[in-house]
Design a binder for this molecule. Structure first.
Ligand SMILES: Nc1ncnc2c1ncn2[C@@H]1O[C@H](COP(=O)(O)OP(=O)(O)OP(=O)(O)O)[C@@H](O)[C@H]1O
Length: 248
């Protein structure tokens, strides 16, 4: 099998009257750590929905692991952590264990029995994100950053080959963002999980990321992070449609 996991070719998409994506081509390979970068409204979520097979492209094709995205069956190969997954309030009636175990539903089907080792796997997934001691806590009692880690564990329990994170550092304290990146890098390097991190914030692109793609209706740049680092702010600002400052 080729090592291309996401293969987007000449994709275009529009909602009723809004043209959102034009002639997008992007490949993500096994082991990449890609930041998909673009301002609000640039089409990032739409592109994610196309990748996840929730929308169909109007032109072009999206393949996952060599198969058409909307026919792709191996859902457990893809972990997805959505934008709002760290926003549970303190009254939400589920423990960390229950939240993490629910990540097995895509493997087993919603109403089939969970595998016998579900608890052990929940513990292992929580260990990977450094949250095992919180297993019996209520999810709503954790901080935004801790909840985010639990949702990553929920995605990890089905042993994905690819993890897609939508704006994962929103709601995490500045001091904890570095530790969060360390976790993603560990999962990328030690577990070999391909990472796609979607963000509007140019300064979220840490030096631990291998590739960057800049999206605003079309792909303006796709290359190694080192090349991205040399791009002038004027160029990024032109793509964003407003002034962009890099702080490092
Ligand atoms: N269901 C929809 N129907 C009509 N237009 C939509 C729909 N969803 C998104 N759009 C429009 O498509 C464009 C791209 O939206 P999208 O959510 O993909 O961007 P985004 O980059 O993810 O934005 P953000 O960073 O704000 O989440 C926007 O102009 C948005 O208003």
């Amino acid at each position: 099998m080729s090592d291309v996991q996401i293969d987007i070719r000449n994709v275009s998409f529009q909602y009723e009257y809004t043209n959102v994506l034009n002639d997008i081509s992007l490949q993500v390979c096994q082991g990449d750590f890609l930041a998909l970068l673009g301002p609000n409204g640039s089409g990032k979520s739409t592109l994610l929905k196309l990748i996840l097979g929730l929308l169909k492209p109007m032109g072009g094709s999206v393949e996952l692991f060599g198969e058409n995205a909307d026919k792709f069956k191996q859902r457990e190969w893809i972990g997805y952590v959505s934008q709002k997954s760290n926003a549970f309030n303190s009254g939400f009636p589920a423990t960390v264990r229950e939240v993490v175990r629910s990540g097995l539903a895509k493997k087993t089907g919603l109403f089939k029995r969970l595998p016998r080792d579900a608890n052990q796997r929940a513990e292992e997934a929580l260990k990977l994100v450094g949250m095992e001691r919180f297993i019996d806590r209520n999810i709503g009692a954790l901080s935004g950053g801790q909840q985010q880690r639990v949702f990553i564990a929920r995605a990890l329990i089905s042993e994905p080959k690819l993890l897609i994170l939508d704006e994962p550092t929103v709601g995490i304290d500045h001091e904890n963002v570095q530790a969060f990146y360390d976790l993603l890098v560990k999962l990328n390097e030690e577990q070999g999980i391909t990472m796609v991190l979607v963000t509007h914030d140019v300064n979220t692109v840490s030096n631990r990321i291998s590739h960057v793609a800049c999206l605003n209706q079309t792909i303006h740049f796709h290359g190694y992070r080192r090349e991205f680092d040399t791009l002038p702010e004027e160029k990024l600002s032109a793509w964003y449609g407003h002034a962009v400052r890099k702080v490092h």
